[in-house]
Design a protein around this ligand. Structure first.
Ligand code: S3P
Length: 168
């Protein structure tokens, strides 16, 4: 029988969710949804502008809506924003709708990957505190893949193997 469970990628900013998601989608010939892109499209403005103009709680509201919508779909690769599955209810919703994989990386790898990038309102000088605060939420996710020192292709292959060998 065709396995139409969604493949859902989560993890802290800079763990490679979008890049790995693109690779997984290509290799499995599935459609990729990037939840941040979807939120920005619906709001008609970039994530950083939503944070500035409407505040984080409005962003989280849009995020919950997008989470529920895609949890109701089948056969997608879903690259979530790093905070989406920190919310316990969002986590349960996505868990019920597919294979959820948390991508991990060391703080040094995250710092290096995001050094040149802008547009992440929560990647400020205190991001390491946020990383610590979220540890327990990410730890509640069943499947983890460490991405430190690995190429996106190698991580994508691990995700696919997990998907082929696991039932949850
Ligand atoms: C956030 C992560 C971002 C984006 C928003 C909030 C977070 O996505 O959803 O800026 O709370 O960790 P990435 O993880 O893709 O950077």
């Amino acid at each position: 029988m065709k396995d139409d469970r969604n493949i859902v990628l989560t993890g802290f900013m800079g763990t490679g969710k979008t890049t790995v998601g693109q690779c997984v989608a290509e290799k499995t010939q599935r459609l990729l949804v990037d939840t941040d892109e979807e939120i920005a499209r619906q709001a008609g403005k970039p994530i950083s502008t939503i944070f500035q103009e409407d505040g984080e709680s409005y962003f989280r509201y849009l995020e919950r809506r997008v989470c529920r919508f895609y949890a109701g779909q089948r056969g997608y690769v879903i690259a979530t924003g790093g905070g989406m599955l920190v919310d316990e209810v969002n986590r349960q919703v996505m868990d019920a709708a597919g294979l959820v994989v948390c991508l991990d990386a060391t703080p040094d790898a995250i710092r290096e990957r995001l050094a040149e990038q802008t547009g992440r309102p929560l990647f400020g000088s205190d991001w390491e505190e946020l990383y610590e605060r979220r540890r327990s939420a990410y730890a509640a996710i069943k499947h983890h893949i460490d991405t430190t020192d690995k190429t996106p292709e190698a991580v994508a292959q691990e995700v696919i193997t997990l998907w082929q060998t696991s039932s949850t």
